[in-house]
Design a protein around this ligand. Structure first.
Ligand SMILES: [Zn+2]
Length: 443
């Protein structure tokens, strides 16, 4: 059976940045054809086609959330008013406590379900998750149960709090299982305070063996840059470059403190960046040189980061915050709405080496499509003709809650604002109960 989205105003994000009214035909996991309503192109209807009306809807490619820590979603709203350093070293959310007692295995599992459910309902179809605790099957089942796709960053530590290492066999078995189920295993690299030549060599070899990426929190804060300068006498990017660690495999998260010479190093190495502007504002990390990432053609995506650092996984507000934060220091014309949508779609796809599969609505690509109901007071007037305001409306006005249909690899996972894969009411009830029980009386 095919899914046919009829006559929908579509922001394709193809390399010609086409916006047009299309009929999108989906067969299996892929987009099999696009018919242009504007040119009266038709398609051969079949009796068993599943028709989705495009009336009053806007279609965009599934969003790619490039950085999230989903196993602490139950900590939403906590740790507020603190920098990352203060959270880590001098607060009740510090690593020493780190919700270790409150967030048991069951709570972490539901944290993930909650995060993925929120992400899907807000139009995210691919998520790169960075867990703090490693439980083999628990990494995979929330993906499969909710229907979201993505990558999992595998820490070399079994447990973020104690620092105990994962057995190598278990590590590779988990990576293998993820890959066999269609997910990307990614090697976790240390943040600056964990830099160690031997560890970096081991992780690089591990990524080579798995033929995959290495994700690391890179140049996020001044205190981390200070640590690396004191330890090795140079900044993290220069150090990694001299150690021959920086390659096309490296995905640096945040990338706030990067100077012009380092931008050239990153570009020449082919490294990639995931920026998280909301988190970087909330915990006062600073402002990343995102416009320069674009100027240097460094593949750049965006992520919402985890609950402690953003509270929300709304990729539309992430796009808006990316745009506004850059304009604060670089001027009103420094970053346009289209570039922000690009970073949440094709930019993210490029970061994860998936530009041939995801990031745009094109024939032959995986059918990851988001429909937005735009007949609402905060989204009209919306038009595309002599003038077009569509990209600005998407970046500045659309909210996650305006998404009403989400197709992931040809499956309708969100329909009329409801998840088809899991019982959303039950999940919300369970997480509310768990949150109150675990944190409601916490001092
Ligand atoms: Zn992070």
């Amino acid at each position: 059976m095919r899914i046919v989205i009829e006559d929908v105003l579509t922001v394709t994000m193809n390399d010609r940045n086409e916006i047009d009214t299309l009929t999108i035909i989906i067969e299996g996991e892929k987009i099999s054809a696009l018919a242009r309503s504007s040119e009266k192109q038709t398609y051969n209807k079949r009796n068993d086609d599943c028709i989705i009306s495009g009336k009053n809807r806007l279609a965009i490619p599934g969003l790619i959330n490039g950085h999230i820590h989903s196993d602490i979603t139950l900590a939403r709203g906590l740790g507020d008013g603190l920098t990352l350093y203060e959270q880590d070293n001098d607060s009740f959310v510090s690593r020493k406590k780190w919700f270790h007692i409150e967030l048991d295995r069951e709570a972490r599992y539901y944290s993930k379900l909650l995060q993925y459910a929120e992400a899907l309902k807000g139009g995210t179809t691919f998520i790169c998750d960075v867990p703090f605790w490693h439980y083999g099957d628990d990494l995979l089942s929330p993906f499969i149960n909710t229907g979201i796709k993505g990558a999992v960053v595998l820490d070399y530590r079994k447990d973020f709090q104690t620092g105990a290492l994962i057995e190598e066999n278990e590590y590779f078995d988990t990576a293998d299982k993820l890959r066999k189920n269609g997910f990307i295993p990614i090697v976790e690299g240390p943040a600056e305070e964990g830099f160690d030549r031997e560890l970096l060599r081991m992780l690089k070899a591990r990524a080579d063996e798995l033929d995959t990426f290495i994700q690391m929190h890179l140049a996020e804060t001044i205190w981390r840059i200070k640590i690396i300068k004191e330890k090795f006498g140079r900044t993290s990017i220069r150090f990694l470059h001299e150690e021959e660690f920086l390659t096309t495999r490296v995905i640096g998260s945040h990338g706030v403190y990067i100077d012009d010479e380092e931008l050239t190093i990153l570009k020449d190495a082919g490294a990639r960046i995931i920026n998280c502007p909301t988190a970087e504002m909330k915990i006062a990390d600073g402002i990343a040189p995102v416009t320069k990432f674009f100027e240097h053609s460094i593949p750049t995506g965006i992520g919402t980061d985890g609950a402690l650092w953003n509270d929300s996984a709304d990729m539309f507000s992430e796009m808006k915050n990316l745009m506004l934060l850059q304009r604060v220091t670089n001027g009103a014309s420094s970053l346009d709405a289209g570039s922000c949508l690009y970073s949440a779609t094709m930019g993210g796809a490029k970061v994860f080496g998936l530009e041939k599969e995801l990031g745009s609505i094109e024939t032959g690509k995986r059918a990851c499509i988001v429909l937005i109901d735009y007949k609402k007071p905060h989204l009209v007037p919306l038009y595309h003709g002599k003038l077009s305001n569509i990209l600005q409306i998407i970046t500045s006005c659309v909210r996650a809650s305006d998404v009403d249909t989400v197709v992931v690899d040809g499956k309708v996972v969100v329909e009329n604002d409801k998840l088809n894969t899991i019982d959303e009411n039950q999940l919300v009830r369970k997480c509310q109960e768990m949150g109150v029980k675990r944190f409601g009386n916490f001092h």
